[in-house]
Design a protein around this ligand. Structure first.
Ligand SMILES: [Fe+2]
Length: 268
């Protein structure tokens, strides 16, 4: 299947921002400020994201949120009586995947920590590891969903994981030994899922599925979310990139990532 020109245009517009997020992560992994403690700090924050990032604007998080909803609609006998079974399956799958991501990063954290470092505890993370830039991203995504419905939701999928940059950069650490191998292993668990999630942002979008205005809106929302992601990631990784460079990344000044059309199910 060939990607429509509208879809290619959208991907071209977002690709420099995806590259920018990869630059932030790479600057951390290859940078001079990285220590065991900074690894523990970012892993704890990643665990918090996987467990507690907002699910559809609700604060229960990406694991408990969909499970709660499933129990609610299931026990109210609503499945296939107004609540689509595929939607229910998506919720179950989402809960499983996000919890698997949490477990992968928590295992990496526990493998790296010393006996006197606190073990991972998701309820402690909820309170201690919240960071303002992540809250701001989460609020922005919730607002886009609220104000723009389906298009807002698609923008959220398209920017989720920032074209898997953390996970692909983390996987590059494989073979370096020690903490690097633990991180690489966790990132490999998550990578495929996040690529699939990103594809949900563009699934079923042929030329005719959206109006010209809706294509433009999707691009605007996705870029706005990516810009917020630079602040989120730079703070998560103890600011490996200067404030000046972050502003350049926010202006889209990066060499775009080469989008993998074949992997996404399109003709290359
Ligand atoms: Fe995840």
């Amino acid at each position: 299947m060939r990607a429509s020109s509208e879809l290619r245009h959208l991907i071209d517009a977002v690709a420099p921002y995806w590259a920018g997020e990869a630059e932030v992560i790479r600057a951390y992994f290859d940078g001079p400020k990285r220590t065991r403690q900074t690894d523990l700090d970012w892993l704890a924050r990643q665990c918090r994201k996987e467990f507690w990032d907002s699910f559809d604007g609700h604060k229960e998080g990406l694991f408990i949120g969909p499970l709660k909803l499933l129990v609610d609609v299931g026990s109210a006998e609503q499945i296939d009586r107004g609540f689509d079974r595929h939607e229910a399956l998506d919720l179950a799958e989402g809960a499983f995947q996000e919890f698997a991501h949490y477990v992968a990063f928590a295992d990496a954290y526990d493998a790296i920590r010393n006996d006197d470092d606190p073990p991972i505890d998701p309820y402690r993370l909820r309170d201690l590891e919240s960071w303002a830039e992540n809250e701001a991203l989460s609020d922005l995504r919730a607002r886009h969903r609220r104000e723009h419905g389906e298009i807002g939701k698609r923008a959220g999928f398209l920017t989720e994981g920032g074209y898997c940059s953390l996970f692909s950069e983390g996987m590059r650490l494989k073979g370096r030994g020690g903490s690097d191998d633990e991180i690489a292993r966790a990132c490999a668990v998550v990578y495929d899922d996040e690529f699939e999630h990103m594809l949900k942002g563009i699934a079923g979008l042929g030329r005719a599925e959206l109006s010209v205005a809706a294509w433009r809106l999707l691009e605007t929302l996705a870029i706005e979310q990516m810009r917020a992601r630079f602040y989120m990631r730079n703070a998560q990784f103890a600011h490996p990139v200067s404030a000046a460079r972050i502003e350049e990344l926010r202006a889209g000044r990066s060499k775009p990532v080469a989008f993998d059309y074949r992997r996404a199910g399109f003709d290359p």
